[in-house]
Design a protein around this ligand. Structure first.
Ligand code: HEC
Ligand code: HEC
Length: 328
């Protein structure tokens, strides 16, 4: 090799090494340390933790579910045991959500409480890797300290299930999208404490719950619905208009209509959900939300009532082309 080429190669290797070191330092500086905390388990925390777990519908991603049945109920004994999403719902790769039961080998049994809090609130795996944002930690960053601790207490009390879940895989384009997003998200401020919402102030409490329940993620930022969900290649379900518009929203619903709608799914939660064709499936987490208590559902309703009415006609569930859902 001529001397000049050798120099250039050496120079490039040097630059590469410096960049790698700088990147390492960047990762180190932008990975918050897990807090050194011990979360006490109490009956009150377990109850509240269950509410937060259902509202945040952790089951939808982290529990092994039966997608042949209405709303994909958890297979008994598999709460938090991990899930590989059915390929028909994920054409761009394989999404799997890890086992979050206390199993020490395949779950998070060996994690410290601080590491669990950091994963849920800030989106870091145990070793400091940033989790892909399919895990809604940006939403969970709004959980109050007490709600987050209750959630962790609830997770700790789940029966440990030994179930190894493979990693998520994406095609190149999606992978780059995530890499860029994860790099940028490291520059954001790390949230380390969130005050308790006032449970007696219905509208702000409802706003808090709606955020944790990710209603806007599916019903749109202004809650007027219209988002499409493909339950099979031939079936599309469209999210409903939840604004107080009289003609196209839920303006004509009373508070008890709203409560009853959620409660009506409780029999599926207690007795088991029926087997349904893809056409009758819905992504709306009814089986989790139906377990919420009245004060929470009432606060959610009160908050939705304060949203501006938006006229957007969404055909009711069961009347979309190819959708034969008759269950409601
Ligand atoms: C929309 C789907 C989704 C929901 C809802 C969701 N998660 Fe996740 N979660 C994921 C995915 C996917 C990962 C893996 C991300 C990765 O490996 O980069 C994950 C990772 C985690 C991890 C890290 C586990 C590990 O082994 O690295 C924890 C802990 C966790 N989630 C807890 C929760 C809790 C608690 C809830 C409910 C409050 C929840 N998640 C709701 C999709 C979800
Ligand atoms: C994963 C997506 C998803 C999330 C999250 C979600 N929804 Fe839905 N929701 C839907 C879809 C799709 C429908 C229409 C199909 C059905 O009724 O099951 C729907 C229907 C509804 C209905 C029935 C409306 C009607 O006119 O019949 C109500 C009420 C509702 N959602 C409220 C909520 C609330 C409140 C939240 C948050 C706490 C929420 N949803 C979160 C997807 C979602």
């Amino acid at each position: 090799m001529p001397v000049t080429t050798r120099r250039i190669v050496k120079g490039l290797l040097g630059v590469g090494l410096v960049l790698a070191i700088l990147f390492g330092v960047f990762l180190w500086l932008t990975t918050p340390a897990a807090a050194d905390i011990h979360i006490e388990r109490s009956a009150q925390r377990l109850m509240r933790g269950r509410t937060i777990y259902n509202l945040a519908h952790c089951d939808v991603c982290h529990s092994t579910r039966d997608f042949e049945k209405f709303d994909g109920p958890v297979i008994p004994g598999h709460t938090g045991a991990g899930l590989v999403f059915p390929p028909r719902l994920v054409p761009q790769g394989r999404i799997s959500a890890p086992n979050i039961t206390p199993d020490p080998v395949t779950g998070i049994g060996e994690w410290t409480d601080g590491e669990k809090v950091r994963a849920i609130r800030n989106g870091f795996a145990r070793g400091g890797r940033k989790l892909i944002p399919i895990m809604p930690y940006e939403v969970f960053a709004h959980l109050s300290d007490e709600d987050l601790y209750s959630l962790v207490a609830f997770l700790d009390a789940l029966p440990a299930v030994r179930n190894e879940v493979p990693d998520s895989r994406f095609d190149r384009e999606v992978q780059w999208h995530f890499r860029r997003a994860l790099f940028m998200s490291r520059l954001e401020r790390t949230i380390s404490s969130v005050p308790e919402p006032n449970h007696n102030s219905q509208v702000p409490y409802g706003e808090y719950l709606v955020q944790i329940g990710q209603c806007a993620g599916c019903h749109g930022a202004n809650f007027s619905g219209g988002n499409s969900f493909h339950e099979s290649p031939t079936t599309t379900v469209i999210s409903s208009n939840l604004t107080p518009d009289m003609a196209t929203g839920i303006g004509h619903w009373t508070e008890s209509d709203f409560l009853n709608r959620f409660m009506s799914y409780r029999r599926y939660h207690t007795d088991g959900a029926p087997t349904v064709p893809d056409e009758a499936q819905t992504p709306m987490p009814w089986l989790n939300f139906c377990q919420l208590d009245e004060p929470e559902l009432k606060a959610i309703f009160a908050f939705l009532r304060t949203r501006p009415a938006v006229s957007r006609n969404v055909p009711p569930f069961g009347t979309h082309p190819g959708n034969t859902g008759q269950l409601h």
